[in-house]
Ligand binder design. Structure first.
Ligand code: HDD
Length: 756
């Protein structure tokens, strides 16, 4: 053989094709863990190219910041060029034949600039078009290797870089942030074993049970196709028409018509993987799992009247809030919790099926165990490149995490990859920097639109001998689907427990506090009032009659109709009676960050006690709140003593809904001037109506009187969110104000109809 090899022609850069190695070809085999990877002496692809180095790119060395460096562009101190790197002398004028003459066809600089501009837009996401994203990391708490082999969960303290995108579902890219809607909560974990995407929502259940119905659901909720109305709103006939005819929706309806669907901030909402997933350990043992994100900031929502006003005052309310929190170093945090249960436990739940995405597993049945935390600590450099081009997919899983047979989940496995093909323009969207894994990619996929990788060598197939069998199949180190034993007839249909639609909707209703229940009634009243077709309204109320009689009666009263007979139930499955689950109320998670990032208006006018106002301001700032001096116009306010006070922003520019609380600055003349301004009175009334804490000092109470603010709650007891202080009692009142600000709102002020 040696003789034969010596007699053969030889090319030293292609040893596998010409050398002794060519006589002992590798088949398409699995590399055993103890065999070293092919070395430079045997594999064409391992011979360093002067252009790309030795094939182990430096990128990815610092997984938190590195991978995107390759493509980051910083223009500071640079000259303008074309896309070909040619310096541009004049970027203001096109090339003309004479200063008043026609533009020359040869102006390639103009044409390149306009052509690129003409193609700047890509299709928006078919759902979840409106969103905001941020970078951060996931820090794992415990060694979970007894339940999963996924590396990100196996080492205490291990940090995995992530990119998270929050979104609304129905609205277009430019719609308002505070629309009533589910919020997407999608997390891309760049693990060492590849990308894991947890593509969840802020609500733990979904509208439908089977992916077959998804296009219908979305067509129904999106603007109606004849006139493209309404934008970013479910309050129209087609959505409720679909809903009333798809009773599986009723549990989800309870959630989306609760305050969950109008969060105060992305930072104050929970997240859920929704489906039942599987975790698989190294021994091949499987457990079911549900993923939960819990915000350390606490769960807070807007009230409906506020959400509507915010949409006008600041359509970017949530996007801005996330951006500003991260820019100011107040990094939002969520704890990841797992509900882990066996298949036998799942079978014993009996009244619901864990494969049904319209059902939760109540925390009382399976507690949520915290396993790590997510910290978002870096804003994107470029919205389009990162937030718009990020492509999530439920099928991006790593070894140790697997699907269940949830028929909604199964359909998603196809939809996400498929949608990126048209949205991001082809099969190479995984090469867009934000989508690239930090793990290396080696396979025989080639070419396609916008291909970036320069794959070396002439081998793009397997098995091969010319590349030494590379890349090898990973065998036991690779992703292996959990070998569930499945047997059955090929059928279209649903499992029996999927047909029970009302037990958990009732569980949700029974677990809400009285004010939350009232908000659900108000929301149904609002949405169904917008619905024009009486029969469509009626069908929804008939569904509510299967959930709770008081709810159905209150909504019917709001619509001026009698309570209809309950919707017929699909079969005789009895509606289960769950004990209330306190964790389903927003009040259950008050938050651990005090008044950090709460926005406080410090209202001031001419004659303000500037020194006193500065002291209040500084005290709020010290505790992490974001105070603003709000006045009737920008500029200096004269003051009885000392330095004048600068107004930072006007009442016009930031109406009441931009703030979590109000302090009326000290100084009698200032308070009197504010009390004569209708805009300020409206500001105070909205603060009150939206349950926000209000602190007035001395003559500031004139302002409350002028705004007709009741000093007592409807039941006559003192209002725990209203603080009237004089100079002597100011310190105590300020402390009480801060405590109320941390609690967020005084719900007991609410009446139906509202007093203010
Ligand atoms: Fe979906 C986007 C969440 C059901 C099809 N979905 C999308 C996003 C989130 C979710 C958070 C935005 C990702 C991003 O920020 O880029 N979707 C869910 C959840 C579901 C769900 C929690 C149910 C439990 N989705 C669902 C079904 C289908 C889709 C049943 C189709 C069969 N979803 C899509 C999509 C989108 C999408 C069309 C639009 C843009 C994208 O994927 O990348 O493929």
């Amino acid at each position: 053989d040696a003789e034969l090899a010596a007699a053969m022609p030889y090319n030293e850069t292609k040893p596998l094709e010409y050398g002794a190695a060519a006589l002992t070809p590798h088949q398409g085999e699995v590399r055993r863990p103890d065999t070293p990877l092919a070395t430079a002496s045997t594999t064409t692809e391992d011979i360093a190219s002067r252009k790309v180095g030795d094939g182990t790119p430096g990128i990815g060395a610092d997984p938190l910041a590195g991978p995107l460096d390759r493509v980051r562009v910083d223009d500071s101190g640079r000259e303008l060029t074309t896309n070909q790197g040619v310096k541009v002398a004049d970027n203001q004028h096109s090339l003309k034949i004479g200063l008043r003459g026609p533009t020359a066809m040869e102006d390639f600089i103009l044409r390149e600039k306009i052509t690129h501009f003409d193609h700047e837009r890509i299709p928006e996401r078919v759902v979840h078009a409106r969103g905001a994203g941020a970078h951060g990391y996931f820090e794992n708490y415990h060694d979970l290797s007894s339940i999963t082999r996924a590396g990100l969960f196996c080492k205490p303290g291990k940090r995995t870089p992530v990119f998270v995108r929050f979104s609304t579902v129905a609205g277009s890219r430019g719609s308002a942030d505070t629309a009533r809607d589910v919020r997407g909560f999608a997390t891309k974990f760049y693990t060492e074993e590849g990308v894991f995407d947890l593509v969840g929502n802020n609500i733990p259940v979904f509208f439908i049970q089977d992916a077959m119905k998804f296009p219908d659901l979305i067509h129904a909720v999106k603007p109606e196709p004849n006139n493209e109305i309404p934008q970013a709103s479910s309050a129209h006939d087609t959505f409720y028409d679909f809903a009333g005819l798809s009773p599986e929706i009723f549990h989800m309806l309870m959630w989306v018509l609760s305050d969950r669907a109008i969060p105060r901030s992305f930072r104050t909402m929970q997240g859920f993987g929704v489906h039942t997933f599987r975790l698989v350990n190294a021994k091949g043992e499987s457990h079911f799992v549900k993923f939960h994100w819990t915000p350390l900031q606490g769960t807070h929502s807007l009230v409906w009247d506020e959400a509507v006003k915010v949409a006008g005052a600041d359509a970017d309310f949530h996007r801005r809030d996330l951006w500003e929190a991260i820019e100011s170093g107040n990094f939002p945090e969520w704890e990841l919790g797992l509900q882990v249960f066996t298949e036998a436990q799942a079978a014993a739940f009996r009244v619901f099926d864990v494969l049904d995405a319209t059902k939760i597993v109540p925390e009382e049945l399976v507690p949520v165990r915290p396993v790590g935390k997510l910290v978002l600590d870096r804003n994107p450099d470029n919205f389009f490149a990162e937030t718009e081009q990020v492509a999530f997919c439920i099928a991006h899983l790593v070894p140790g995490i697997d699907f269940s047979n949830d028929p909604l989940m199964q359909g998603r496995i196809h939809s996400y990859i498929d949608t990126q093909l048209s949205r991001l323009g082809g099969a190479n969207f995984h090469e867009i920097p934000i989508n690239g894994p930090v793990a290396q990619v080696h396979n025989n996929q080639r070419d396609g639109m916008h291909r970036q990788a320069i794959n070396r060598g002439r081998v793009a197939y397997e098995p091969n001998s010319l590349a030494g069998g590379c890349p090898f199949q990973a065998g036991a180190r690779g992703f292996a689907s959990w070998p569930e034993h499945v047997e059955g007839s090929k059928v279209r249909g649903k499992a029996e427990l999927f047909a029970e639609h009302y037990g958990q909707a009732r569980l949700f209703w029974n677990s809400q506090s009285p004010f939350e229940q009232q908000h659900i009634i108000d929301a149904f009243r609002f949405e169904l009032t917008r619905v024009q077709t009486p029969a469509v309204r009626e069908r929804i109320v008939a569904g509510l009659a299967n959930i709770n009689a008081r709810l159905a009666a209150a909504v019917a009263r709001g619509l001026g109709i009698p309570v209809p007979a309950p919707l017929p139930r699909v079969n005789d499955t009895p509606v289960p009676d769950y004990p209330p689950s306190p964790s389903l109320s927003l009040l259950f998670r008050p938050g651990r960050t005090g008044i950090r990032t709460r926005r406080v208006a410090l209202a001031a006018a001419e004659g303000v006690d500037a020194a006193g106002a500065r002291e209040l301001y500084a005290s709020l700032l010290r505790d992490g709140a974001q105070p603003r001096i709000v006045g009737q116009r920008l500029g200096e306010l004269s003051t009885a003593s000392g330095r004048p006070l600068d107004v930072e922003v006007s009442f016009e520019a930031t109406p009441s809904v931009m703030y979590d609380g109000l302090v009326v600055g000290p100084g009698d003349a200032s308070a009197a001037a504010l009390a004569r301004d209708g805009r300020v009175l409206e500001f105070v009334r909205d603060q009150y109506r939206h349950g926000k804490p209000i602190l007035v000092i001395g003559a500031g109470r004139q302002l409350l009187a002028a705004a007709v603010i009741p000093l007592a709650l409807p039941d006559g007891s003192p209002d725990p969110g209203l603080f009237l202080a004089d100079e002597a009692g100011l310190a105590a009142a300020l402390a009480a104000f801060k405590a109320a600000l941390a609690r967020h709102r005084t719900w007991a002020r609410e009446t139906d109809p509202p007093r203010v």
